[in-house]
Design a protein around this ligand. Structure first.
Ligand code: GRF
Length: 203
């Protein structure tokens, strides 16, 4: 049997998407291995939960360093762990071009809106304030621009008149947890390819 593919997770906070990925692997919904978890915040709850799960988990300081300097250390750490795929899971940093080039078409991100609508911070509040009737989440390949690369999959969530940003974020998050596992499975299956902006099934 082929060895399972190695995933590197980058996070900055709560880490519920990381937990959902780890749970999917444990439940065999996803065939992969989390080789390393890296946080740029020492007090990220996600880092704590990775350690509790017995995973290799590291804090790599970003504050006060140039993006290039910090990214170089993160890249070296991910390469050393021999990861096949890098998953951003609430990683609150824009990646340098060097980082994106170090893992071509091998970096995924999840965003809590239907991109290209509402990129950046507070996407759920942006959707509410705009009056959108439907929002959701997007898993996409990462390029050098924020919340921009080719879309792997999206899940929709209705915006209710009774919603505030917390209730909407909660319902979107439930879909994020399903979507990230599905998207990783698709990418690791080798059955999809990128054609320009489009992610399509290989013929
Ligand atoms: C999620 O909403 C994700 O879409 C966004 O940041 C949030 C991270 O949440 N990129 P968590 O740390 O995975 O719980």
């Amino acid at each position: 049997m082929a060895p399972s593919k190695k995933i590197g997770i980058l996070l900055s906070g709560r880490g519920s998407n990381f937990e959902a990925i780890a749970d999917s692997i444990a439940a065999k919904r996803l065939t992969a291995e989390i080789a390393i978890v890296i946080s740029n915040k020492a007090d990220a709850p996600g880092l704590e939960s990775a350690l509790r799960r017995g995973l290799t988990a590291l804090f790599i300081l970003s504050k006060g360093r140039t993006r290039e300097d910090h990214d170089a250390e993160v890249i070296a750490t991910l390469k050393h762990a021999q990861v096949d795929l890098v998953c951003l899971a609430g990683y609150m940093r824009l990646l340098s071009p060097e980082f994106v080039r170090a893992f071509p078409h091998r970096i995924l991100n999840i965003h809590p809106s239907l991109l290209p609508a509402f990129p950046g911070l507070d996407a759920q509040k942006q959707a509410l304030d705009y009056g959108a009737k439907v929002s959701g989440c997007t898993v996409h390949f990462v390029d050098e621009h924020l919340d921009h690369g080719p879309i792997i999959l999206q899940k929709t969530v209705p915006v209710l008149e009774t919603d505030d940003e917390h209730s909407l974020a909660k319902r979107i998050l439930e879909q994020e947890h399903i979507a990230y596992t599905e998207a990783i499975g698709l990418v690791l299956s080798g059955e999809i390819e990128i054609q320009g902006r489009k992610v399509v099934r290989k013929k």
